[in-house]
Design a protein around this ligand. Structure first.
Ligand code: FES
Length: 337
């Protein structure tokens, strides 16, 4: 029997994946996996199980009443999990924390395969993992820093489900993880929890604009990997801005995606006034009007807080309201959902 993979993304960013049979309701599949999604009547009457389907196709049947889910709500993508029978893989945003559903993050271990420095700017950390983790492209994990009680959060820069995971990590001089990475040997064990985060690629139904600041490039590499896999008929433009010339890393990967993802284009820019780069300035200064598609665009941004503020201000000045704006702010050593 066919089954579909359902991602349940809880309000606190925790994400759990469950397999749902071809004729099974999402609520039942979650329950089978010991996840108690919000519910009361289980009969399409109370509306307690209302969630938002972020992507995927499904059948809601006609056994529920309008008081539980109105036609407008259904048209907006709201669903009743006690009625919803998936017809494809789906992502469902659950409007309560994972703990309220008696579930939480998964823990897993991995071994260091390689640590590749990019000058003094960043590291690529490559890990081997036995049971390849599944995540939504754009999400992150918390990685425990060996020898400490602390963890750091990093977005995957690799594809979901791969046995080799990669992360792009800013080199913070004297930073806990940066210092460990500088001396890390292949084979070292790392522990992580996740996947986490609400910053992930939604169903692609209109043009996309990706704005990456520094190592905020990482989640986009994972999203582009997914776009290369699933294909897309929508234009995807990325503006990748960094502080210094040497912070511009993994540009070859973007060039490779420009060949593999139809409609994908990108530009880079460097903020340092002393740069020799052909585009000096911030991403807002190198954002062509056509990349905004008069607002018919889904914008994704991962970068430091001032970049998020600057981009929001830029949209206001331009009189543009994007169809959606998803962002993840991070500081040097602690990305935050
Ligand atoms: Fe009552 Fe789904 S649990 S409508």
């Amino acid at each position: 029997m066919n089954s579909y993979r359902i991602a349940l993304n809880f309000e606190d960013g925790v994400t759990r994946f469950v397999d749902c049979g071809a004729n099974e309701k999402v609520l039942d599949a979650a329950f089978r996996n010991r996840i108690n999604l919000p519910m009361d009547c289980s009969d399409g009457v109370c509306g307690t199980c209302k969630c938002r389907a972020e992507s995927g196709t499904y059948d809601m049947g006609d056994d529920y009443i309008d008081e539980a889910l109105t036609g407008d709500e259904a048209a907006e993508g709201l669903v009743l999990t006690c009625q919803m029978v998936p017809q494809s893989d789906c992502v469902i945003a659950v409007p309560v924390p994972s703990t309220a559903c008696k579930t939480g993050t998964s823990k897993f271990g991995a071994k260091v395969e390689a640590v590749t420095p990019f000058g003094d700017a960043a590291y690529e950390l490559a890990l081997d993992v036995k049971d390849a983790p599944v995540f939504l492209p754009g999400q992150y994990v918390n990685i425990g820093v060996p020898g400490s009680e602390q963890h750091r959060s990093y977005s995957f820069s690799s594809a979901s489900g791969a046995g080799r995971m990669t992360f792009l990590i800013k080199n913070v001089p004297g930073g806990l993880m940066s210092s460990w990475l500088a001396a890390a040997a292949p084979g070292a064990d790392l522990e992580m929890t996740g996947p986490l985060g609400s910053f992930y690629l939604r169903a692609v139904t209109r043009p996309l604009l990706f704005l990456a600041g520094g190592t905020g490039l990482a989640p986009f590499l994972s999203m582009l990997e997914e776009l290369a896999r699933q294909g897309t008929s929508q234009p995807v433009h990325m503006i990748y801005g960094v502080t210094r010339d040497q912070d511009l890393v993994q540009v070859e990967r973007l060039q490779d995606y420009a060949l593999r993802v139809p409609g994908f284009t990108f530009t880079t820019c460097v903020a340092d006034p002393a740069t020799t780069h052909e585009r000096q300035g911030y991403v807002t200064q190198h954002m062509p009007a056509q990349a905004l598609h008069n607002g018919n665009v889904d914008v994704y941004l991962c970068g430091p807080p001032p970049m998020v503020d600057a981009v929001q201000k830029h949209f206001k000045t331009e009189g543009i309201t994007p169809a959606s704006f998803h962002y993840e702010k991070f500081t040097a050593n602690q990305p935050a959902a």
